[in-house]
Design a protein around this ligand. Sequence first.
Ligand SMILES: [Cu+2]
Length: 489
Amino acid sequence: MSLSRRHFLTLSAAAAGSVALGRYLWPASSAIEPVARRVSRDGLLDVTFTAARSRLSFGRQSLAGLTYNGRAPGEVLELKPGDTLRLTLDNQLGEDTNLHYHGLHIPPTGRADDVFRHIHPGESYTYEFQIPADHPATLAYYHPHVHGRVAKQVFGGLGGAIVVRGAIDEIPEVRSAREEIVFLKDFGGDFERSPRGPEHLQGRQGDILTVNGRLGERWTLPQNGLLRLRLLNASAARFFQLKIEDHLLYLIGTDGGAIERPVEMETIALAPGERADILVKGDREPGTYRVLDRSPQTGRMGRMHGMGRMHGRGRNNEPTAIATIEYGEPVTPVGIPESLGTIDPLPEPETVHRIDLGHGMAPGGMVFLMNGKAFDGDRVDIRAPLGGVEDWEVANRGMTSHPFHIHTNPFQIVSRDGEAAPFRVWKDTVNINPGEVVRLRMRYDDFPGKTVYHCHVLDHEDAGMMGILEIEDRTRANKQRSSFTHKQT
Ligand SMILES: [Cu+2]
């Protein structure tokens, strides 16, 4: 374990090279308001979001965008396992919308995570569901999910973070850390303009890199203490690759919550939809340090979370400062925790599904395909048994990276190009570079129904790269069938 961790650090460091000093592209905002947060009380979080068109400001620039209650991102929702979220969405967008609760293990049906439900213009709809009592602590992500409009609505500004509290938050070192939500998102240009021709490979991207919807975020790192950054890539299509000047990053959690032991890294790559929980140690010369991004411009990106090497860079490789860390008052020294929890491996799979990701040309432009097919809401692509364990072998046969996301149940990464994953993780989104094959393993726990899997470069999803998974309760189906047969005889 320690060998592979050290191995990764070397690879990552070599790939990152010595980072040239970047520059501030944007002036720091003059007034920094705290991130708006709504916390559950007595087991309930009851919120109303009005989705509407708004003007967004970034420094001296102003753009047309989309907001929840006038905010982009929307308020942070904070709950505990067992709590109920009641969320009324009032649609003033002038077109269909809805919500997906990315990373929450909740039913894909009813008033929960049903992305097939459309909320029409002028309508209001109330989602209501319970966070399961055994839900792991994690950072989840709410965003719209009406097929064909997802990229535009997310790029316009719709989305927000959900914090589920739990065991990792109680580890003394983690508890002592200053915590910041880092909602990463690019803005720029006309959010409604669809990519044309080969632009479609990259999806819609902007040059304004924001953290929590703002420019020039500043965080305090207590001298000798810890800063905990909860990263979420909420871009429609942009990949982030972050490092902090002169500081290592200690990965403590991924999409699905805590990993088993911290993993030391120099840089962290985040594809759209991915999250990471990291600690930063305040053990350097007190001062000011920049958080730098070197988003790969197109094509391949670094492997996720210590999964391997970094690949060919884009043309513009100048790092951009997206935030600043300032040392604060000294505190009693705190170290990085030794262990964070356990992840039990899933049993051997009963079935292996194979999915090829690709693209092609159609009369209307580029189409993005899974096993040669574009999304069809009336077709079930994969049927799986409730309670079963299956592997999915996902191969990228195309020319650009595809972050592969599955709703409802998290998965473990088994291997990449046949090489075993260096450490156990629970994830819901995994980046797959051109030519790579990723094998992931999933158990279809407790929630039957139709759900989806898709590419999280949202322009690819909108242009066809999505499929339907139906999780079937076969015991119940068999019972119904036998009682039906009984009546017939
Ligand atoms: Cu894609």
